[in-house]
Design a protein around this ligand. Sequence first.
Ligand SMILES: C[S@@+](CC[C@H](N)C(=O)[O-])C[C@H]1O[C@@H](n2cnc3c(N)ncnc32)[C@H](O)[C@@H]1O
Length: 295
Amino acid sequence: MKKITTETLLEISRWIEVELKDTHLLSFVIPNPDQKNNRGFKIWVNLAELHFCKLLTPQKIDKNFVELRFQKLNQESSFHSAFIENKEEKYGTESIFFTINKNEEPTFLHAYKKALEAVNVQNRKHILNLGINKGDEFELIQQLLDSPTFDKIIFSGVDHSSSALSYARERFPKDNLQFYKKDINSIKALALKKADLIISIGTLQSPSINYKLFLMSLVQEHLTYDGAFILGFPNSRWIDGELIYGAKAPNYPYSEMSLLYNDVIFAKKYLQQKKFRVTITGREYIFLTATRIGI
Ligand SMILES: C[S@@+](CC[C@H](N)C(=O)[O-])C[C@H]1O[C@@H](n2cnc3c(N)ncnc32)[C@H](O)[C@@H]1O
């Protein structure tokens, strides 16, 4: 088994790339990351991710060396490439997406929690979520607030996936949470009261939505004057159950972020014109948080 000692990171990375062409599980020995002056553990975690691998639990060989195993992710096992005949059910209960729990991903959880704190979620009266799916975004709010505060807020979730909505309704069997099956483009037809917080994560960039026009209509028609936004833009792909950094872009074999930056900056500029204070945070998911200035 290869023992890495003085090789540069470039040499190691090239060696891994070559080896992974012929194997799904690559084992090698490294200097113990816990010892001073050796490469730290985070370097190996990042290296595994960059090579589309999962880092399996390291095995200690002796006090100076540790065995690492990189297991190749199955890149076919991704909802991004899965074909589903009924487009409305692309993210439904039978999809790979449904098995994902974003609230258990530290970088997602941290950024979303900070965004909820920045908009003072506990003071909001009506929270509208577009692309609610199975309700994960409401779940974190429930975990953050005490019950009396959570129960006082009206939650409206909109999605076009019947199966995801049925799941969400069973998960939150409370009168203050309502789930609506509707094409987001036609939310006007629901005649909902204006919301004072609109949340939409991983949804507005969907090909079925005219992003820029729709965002403007949200500000003008669906948000109260003192209302706030939390928009989440994926800067990652889910592959074989792992959240891999970097936006997926059409026509590129690697992650490319032009579309992501364009959309985030459009929202930032538009909302600033409308007198919102806007912050951009996050990592695997970029969060745009907007609150009205002077409120
Ligand atoms: C990528 S998922 C994100 C779900 C959830 N916000 C999350 O981050 O886990 C996008 C969601 O938006 C819904 N969706 C996409 N386009 C839609 C449309 N035009 N009308 C209604 N729902 C839509 C999908 O069914 C799906 O549940």
